[in-house]
Design a protein around this ligand. Sequence first.
Ligand code: AHR
Length: 516
Amino acid sequence: MAGVAPVRAGADAEIEITPREDGPEISAHLYGQFIEHLGGVIYDGIWVGKNSKIPNVGGIRRQFIADMARIGVPNFRWPGGCFADGYHWRDGTGTKRPRTYNYWQARAPEGVDLTESNNFGIHEFMHLCRATGARPYLAANMASGSPQEFHDWVTYCNAPVGTASLADERDANGDRKPFGVKYWGVGNESWGCGGDMTPQEYATLYRKFVTQYPAYAPKPFLVAVGPRGHQKDMDVGWTNGFFEAMQGHRSPVDGLSIHFYTDFRNTPEKIATFNAQGWFDVIREGARIEEVINQHWAILEKYDPSHRTRLIVDEWGVWYKTGEEIAPNYLLSQPLTLRDAVHTAYTFDIFNRHSEKLAMANVAQTVNCIHSLFLAEGDKFVRLPPYYVFEMYRGHMGARRAGIQIRCEDLKVPTANGSATLRGLSGSASAKGKILSVTLTNPSLDSPCSAVVKLSSGSVTEGRGQILTHEDMTRGNTFAHPNEVKLAPFAVNVRGGRAEISIPPRAVVAVELKSS
Ligand code: AHR
């Protein structure tokens, strides 16, 4: 192939799927969400208030609930992020709620008041979870809180009425039934905004936080703070340091959090004005998460060969430099494009392919933020292209991973220093009984890819599909033009027990196949 043009000579691909009854489960939790009290995420992305003219269910934006339920949202991580390590949960309970200082207030542009109203607290959060069918994943305050405050929160959430005063207080505040919170993050980014600790200091504090965890049902899944995976060295020092310091101790670590931002904050890259190189730079940088998962899994293997601890990528997404927010008080809000949807698909394919290592993942953050599914401002609401990728990948949630072999020519793509190689197609596959879900992305900007999908044993008997694409790689959805990038039906021809498809350039496809 000559030059650096992002083309391939022969576009044909062969894809072989090997369904396995004992394939590792792809946890539905890999398709999780993260919502923080940050700019416009909670207020007014999610919480509009009970007296709002915007249609709402008990103060929560109705459209948000409907769209989240539609993609089968498995969980929400809350209340932060950096916000969590300064948050006192009692401020968000009862009828008289204080106005409080928070981490993001100091990062708001001049004249923007982001004082926390505490109108959205644990009860409102749990109502959101119940309304959408999501499981709660709470982050405890380690930086300005104490083990006691953490344990009180657990008791408030999980103790049955009549067994502890805090449970009666929850009842008096309107929720008799325990919240049953299983997933607890013990701090957030404790190497940074969560306390600026060394891994050794964090390990000591972690043990203090979890040793006297109140044993109300359900059995907890405790998540320790892990590395900033997007660092050049993948922050392997943090993971090694933490587990080294935990040797000889018995405190359980069920999950190790990884944060991985496709980090373009310190580059000139813009959200919706870019060229072919920018398109591929974002995709390639995002795909680095695979190596980050492998590296940290290998470290876990050293300390915990039975792999009690699983990885949790509880913050991920493309993070561009500031300056393109939808409004000054909507900090970090990014009007994303098709490129970010393709990045989402790549990320999910990687999560699926490593599903035995991952217990959960949470996109940062669901609305009005970094890698969002929606923008919302007052009565305006729009689905961004990544939303549709969540919808397309639903078939994988809770399915058994299937083997996938993709034979396809690599792409040669432009980079700042010349060119690089990128897989011609990204993909993953899973099975629920005789139904196979196959997701594929063609990152090329100009070559379609025709592919034959066959099974290692058995035949394809039926097939159908959906596609997300646009002729303009920079296109996104806006309040004014909400339906530029949206799903369309995708043709799947079943012949001779195989499926034949043709994937246009710049496209993500989801194919559902029935097998005999
Ligand atoms: O998602 C925004 C911020 O990014 C979170 O608050 C923090 O955990 C991370 O640095």
